[in-house]
Write a protein that binds this ligand. Structure first.
Ligand code: SF4
Length: 519
């Protein structure tokens, strides 16, 4: 039996007044978190004025910066209206829009570092895009106040996984609150006001009760209509929260699902949303988990891993990353033109700060001194790249072209093969090795800090030690043991994680400041 709204409102008032711990409400903009917040808002507004200022209520919403633009604008508008209404009615409610830090953003990891598109065995996105920002906020607030209470819109029966989470919460001795399971959030109590409600109960409540901060719950219902039934992405605060991939409120880049049904339904049901079509086309065409051929045969740190007679491929190749960026920027341009024609002002799909970080990762961390990013930007957008200048590269475009030709000739003379693709791969490997070695050596000559240069050269020589992928595979099979029994059905998750991503920070090409250059 669902608990009636009136009883929940009474319970909220009692809980609110029972201690001085601040409240944090997870708000995704979906129906469940809207219903929870609406109940809390109503409960606090009904308290006498002197009691409602008792303690703050923080409403947190995470914007991954790769959200469906319609949903992102809806949530942003809702947060703005919340702020205005809370001030107007003297309520201690403070909305916060949280975004991932630069190094955790989707494009920085996918295009900058080359992390392959998220997949079940390598779901690197949820932690970086959703959990990190909310955990930081909750941790800081709970530590500053000793403890805090986190209010979530989770319901019983939404899914088996969610039931399990709720059962864990119910093991608590404290009646309606339970300790959060994540050790990082051990000072946090969890309260689930609508856990007894079904999806229909939620709709009945929010359609019949006007939204107290002034958004239209009917508009929210319209957003839901026609797409995936009842599969909302909850606010994710720890790893026990179920995946939000198959949901209306997920990211448009999500490869945990085969299709973005939500965006497809929005475009299909509402011609005015057709400006989002290029975003869907980009996702369908360029983001896929079937991407082995587009990834380096080495892992991020240059080492090789063999499994079932094949190398476990690592990050996206330089060529693939460049292609992804070019196509993303072209998509951004198309969407902006189509959106403007319909009076929709679209924020960018990728920000300038992200572009700058990607450029740094390519040139500094990966040693790709072709410095492709400004040219890619100009080609896609048709305007000069507006980011900061980097120091001049040690080799210019003409030098690099000579290097490419020499590498090709050397391979033709010394490592000839009848297979054109293999010859091209060998020439490319040799070119990349010499390019990065020369650049590192040039930089080293200019630097006062040469102690690490030998290590850098050593790691480059190891990473580019093979003439081609077959050579690396032969070496690995002879010298390294397979990470799983040959013929084993699956790659152990931890090993795959490790193979795809190496989080060890490293610098291949140190970009020098003027003061570190010997005059
Ligand atoms: S919606 Fe998909 S891409 Fe976004 S965080 Fe969840 S699993 Fe990752």
């Amino acid at each position: 039996m669902p608990i009636a709204p009136k009883l929940i409102i009474k319970e909220i008032q009692e809980l609110y007044l029972s201690d001085s711990l601040p409240w944090i409400i997870g708000y995704s903009g979906g129906k469940d978190s809207t219903a929870s917040l609406q109940l809390i808002w109503t409960a606090i507004a009904e308290l006498p004025k002197e009691r409602r200022r008792f303690k703050p209520i923080h409403v947190i919403s995470t914007d991954t910066l790769v959200e469906n633009p319609v949903i992102a604008s809806w949530v942003e508008l809702s947060l703005k209206q919340m702020h205005v209404a809370a001030q107007k009615f003297g309520l201690p409610i403070h909305p916060h829009r949280l975004t991932p830090s630069l190094e955790n953003r989707f494009w920085v990891n996918l295009i900058g570092k080359g992390y392959p598109a998220p997949r079940p065995k390598f779901r690197w996105c949820t932690d970086r895009l959703k959990i990190s920002a909310s955990t930081k906020f909750i941790q800081e607030l709970s530590e500053a106040n000793g403890e805090a209470i986190l209010v979530l819109g989770q319901r019983r029966g939404e899914s088996h996984a969610r039931d399990k989470v709720i059962d864990q919460y119910q093991a608590s001795t404290r009646d309606r609150l339970s300790r959060n399971k994540d050790p990082k959030l051990s000072r946090v109590w969890v309260y689930l006001p609508i856990e007894s409600w079904s999806s229909d109960d939620v709709w009945e409540y929010i359609i019949q009760t006007p939204n107290p901060w002034g958004i239209s719950n009917q508009d929210l219902f319209d957003i839901y209509r026609g797409a995936t039934p009842d599969a909302e992405c909850p606010i994710v605060v720890d790893k026990s929260t179920p995946s939000c991939g198959d949901s209306r409120f997920g990211c448009y880049v999500c490869t945990m699902v085969t299709q973005d049904k939500s965006m497809a339904a929005m475009i299909q049901n509402d011609g005015a949303k057709g400006w989002m079509q290029p975003i869907m086309d980009f996702r369908d065409r360029y983001l896929a988990v079937d991407d082995r051929a587009m990834r380096d045969f080495r892992r991020m740190n240059g080492k090789v891993i063999v499994l079932n007679d094949r190398l476990v491929h690592g990050p996206y190749s330089q060529e693939r990353r460049a292609e992804l960026l070019l196509e993303l920027l072209k998509t951004q341009k198309k969407v902006r033109i189509a959106g403007n024609a319909r009076g929709v002002e679209l924020a960018e799909l990728i920000g300038l700060d992200e572009l700058q970080e990607i450029r740094r990762l390519w040139v500094v961390d990966k040693g790709e001194i072709e410095d492709l990013l400004p040219t890619i930007y100009e080609d896609a957008i048709g305007a000069p790249y507006p980011g900061k200048e980097l120091d001049a590269m040690p080799l210019d475009a003409a030098d690099l072209e000579v290097l490419r030709t020499v590498a090709k000739e050397w391979v033709a003379e010394n490592l000839s093969t009848e297979e054109g693709a293999v010859a091209a791969e060998r020439a490319s490997e040799l070119y990349k090795l010499t390019r990065t070695l020369l650049a590192t050596a040039f930089r080293g000559l200019q630097s006062r800090k040469r102690s690490k240069q030998l290590d850098q050269l050593q790691s480059l020589l190891s990473a580019f030690a093979f003439v081609d992928e077959q050579d690396a595979l032969d070496f690995a099979k002879t010298h390294l043991s397979d990470i799983a029994p040959s013929g084993g059905s699956d790659i152990p998750d931890a090993v795959l994680d490790e193979a795809l991503a190496d989080t060890t920070p490293k610098t291949v090409i140190p970009i020098l400041s003027a003061s570190s250059v010997v005059g």
